[in-house]
Design a protein around this ligand. Structure first.
Ligand code: PMP
Length: 288
């Protein structure tokens, strides 16, 4: 069924939602975006996603000429118009139509696009048995280049690491920062468990401040599990008792092998499984 797309102020048919070839989002990856889940017809953590979107925009000097509440309303309207009960939203703000030079200030006005669709991330098998990953050679963007907290349309850094993963026959790669500490996966945040304690790289190590990450940390603490944010090395990953990734699309997924080394017994760990279950309880409104 053709989708209704929110396109610069109104809902239009998918076939009419067309972007100019002069849009700097296309020409330079100049823009910001969010990926957001819908659970049971409710937009999950919408406020947090919009706050991140506006902050990302601010950092790249892109002014979204729409109050945050109005964009929230537009997002909910798009979900409703497409009858999405459980699905995924892609909210994109491009720099807009400009010229062939990189000067962003000649661009007309930002384009605001909202797509609400269904999603299937990884096969269920992978959630049940856990995924294999590798450590990428491509390091995460230096924070003085593009701050990794900015969710920009320029994902080449992550794409290069993803290619390494796919070349190695696994779905994901762990990226390290310029100092050799764990940053994140190509589209997810990373956690390990060691001796019953959950450890996560701090955001300053070079990751997006994941909204799923924040929810999972909150849930873990409420379950009485200690959570420590500290720099992690490749060694820490190799000798972890458990490892898992979090992200809007991937949700909570166990990692069972890294660079050919089994994580503990090569099965998703107990804490991983607990957090995955509790995450869904929360996402579906069964717990507060
Ligand atoms: N890191 C990167 C690079 C991402 O693109 C994402 C989102 N896919 C995440 C982490 C996870 O963030 P969130 O939980 O907010 O989706």
């Amino acid at each position: 069924m053709a989708l209704k797309i929110w396109f610069n102020g109104s809902l239009v048919d998918e076939a009419n939602a067309k972007v100019s070839v002069f849009d700097h989002g296309l020409l330079y990856g100049d823009g910001v975006f969010e990926g957001i889940r819908v659970y049971g017809s409710k937009v999950f953590e919408l406020d947090a996603h919009l706050a991140r979107l506006y902050e990302s925009a601010k950092v790249i000097r892109l002014k979204i000429d729409m109050p945050i509440a109005q964009l929230a309303e537009a997002t909910r309207k798009t979900v409703e118009a497409n009858g999405i009960v459980d699905g995924y939203i892609r909210l994109v703000v491009t720099r807009g139509v400009g010229s062939l030079g990189i000067n962003p200030f000649v661009c007309d006005k930002p384009q605001i696009i909202i797509i609400a669709d269904s999603i299937r991330m990884y096969p269920q098998e992978l959630y049940d048995s856990g995924m294999k990953v590798i450590c990428a050679c491509t390091i995460r963007n230096h924070p003085l280049a593009i701050p990794p907290q900015v969710k920009s349309l320029n994902y080449l850094n992550n794409v290069l690491a993803k290619i390494e993963a796919l070349d190695a026959g696994v779905p994901e790669a762990i990226m390290f920062n310029h100092e050799g500490f764990v940053a994140e996966a190509t589209g997810d945040n990373v956690f390990i468990v060691k001796n019953g304690v959950i450890c996560a790289p701090p955001i300053q190590a070079g990751s997006l401040e994941g909204i799923t990450r924040a929810v999972v940390i909150r849930i873990a603490k409420s379950e009485g599990i200690e959570v420590v944010e500290k720099n992690l090395t490749r060694f820490d990953l190799y000798v972890a008792d458990e490892m898992f990734l979090t992200g809007t699309a991937a949700e909570v997924i166990g990692v069972v092998e890294i660079d050919g080394r089994a994580i503990f017994d090569g099965k998703p760990g107990k804490i991983t499984q607990l957090l995955r279950k509790k995450f869904f309880d929360y996402a579906h409104g069964r717990t507060k």
